[in-house]
Design a protein around this ligand. Structure first.
Ligand code: SAM
Length: 271
């Protein structure tokens, strides 16, 4: 797709504030489609359809493609472009105000080149409806992709890595140069595949409480685990010290060294 000539033809100037960096590299498009592994029975939710390059590719195989676009001008362009595609439904919709539970189908696949200015809120939003999805395949800025997929011991490991690990098996499946998009986003990207687990990877009765503890633990990365958790003001020193004794986890460790299973052990005593 020649992005520049389509933009010229519809007299549209990409809006930076909406993260409008349009994919124009066909090899990257093929990589996305092959990792999406779409079947005719699949329902796909696309976030930010843009000029429709990915929408078109998805529509060739998927049973149904629901594509959200928040920009009214692009929405109108897409409506015209896909009016003869019976399996494509374009919605003028902000993803953060969209309730995936309104979709009639289950095991929905989310496939998207995300607008980078709100990638983290989008990811957090999707996690709230995770039972609706079987796969999330998203293009992100490389730095965020690395944070999501990081494991214990890495400087990039944090509460977002744990949230992702809780519900999914995450991996970076492709590194994508900034030149694959027009206009270039100014940072390189990575395609992340999140395979949704049938059950969360740990058995926790109160996931909200668990994530509160994880966020508190990472709130001051340079402090010890004990001081970070005490700093949250929500847990007494007695309770915390009893949890460290019972689990055998050292209070002087830093949050970034703890696995999700160790966090779960601590949470069992703190919740
Ligand atoms: N899918 C297209 C592609 O691959 O070329 C466009 C990708 S572009 C990185 C992100 C798109 O998301 C833009 O078209 C932008 O208008 C749209 N967008 C931005 N914020 C959005 C939001 N809150 N909800 C839905 N779409 C949004």
């Amino acid at each position: 797709m020649n992005v520049k000539s389509v933009l010229k033809q519809i007299e549209f100037k990409a809006k930076k504030r909406l993260g409008q960096n349009f994919l124009h590299d066909e090899m990257v498009l093929d990589a996305i489609l092959s990792h999406a592994d779409i079947h005719p029975r699949d329902t796909v939710l696309e976030i930010g359809a843009g000029l429709g390059i990915l929408t078109e590719g998805l529509s060739e195989t998927a049973g149904s493609v629901i594509s959200l676009e928040v920009d009214k001008v692009l929405y109108e362009y897409l409506e015209t472009r896909f009016k003869n595609h019976k399996n494509v439904h374009i919605l003028l919709q902000d993803i953060l105000k969209f309730n995936p539970d309104d979709l009639p189908d289950q095991n929905v696949k989310v496939i998207a080149n995300l607008p980078y200015y709100i990638s983290t809120p989008i990811l957090t939003h999707l996690m709230k409806f995770i039972r609706k999805f079987s796969l999330i395949l998203i293009m992100l800025q490389e730095e965020l992709a690395e944070r999501i997929t990081a494991g214990p011991g890495s400087k990039k490991y944090g509460s977002l890595s744990i949230l992702t690990r809780f519900y999914t098996q995450a991996e970076i499946v492709a590194h994508v140069p900034r030149t694959a998009f027009y206009p270039s986003p100014g940072v390189d990207s990575a395609l992340v595949r999140l395979q949704v687990l049938e059950q969360p990877c740990i058995d926790i009765s109160d996931p909200e409480g668990f994530f509160r503890i994880v966020r508190a633990a990472f709130s001051h990365r340079r402090k010890t685990l004990r001081n970070s958790l005490l700093g949250s003001g929500k847990i007494s020193a007695e309770k915390l010290d009893a949890a460290f004794r019972a689990t055998g986890i050292s209070p002087t460790l830093r949050a970034e060294t703890l696995s999700i299973h160790e966090f779960a052990k601590l949470a069992q005593f703190l919740l």
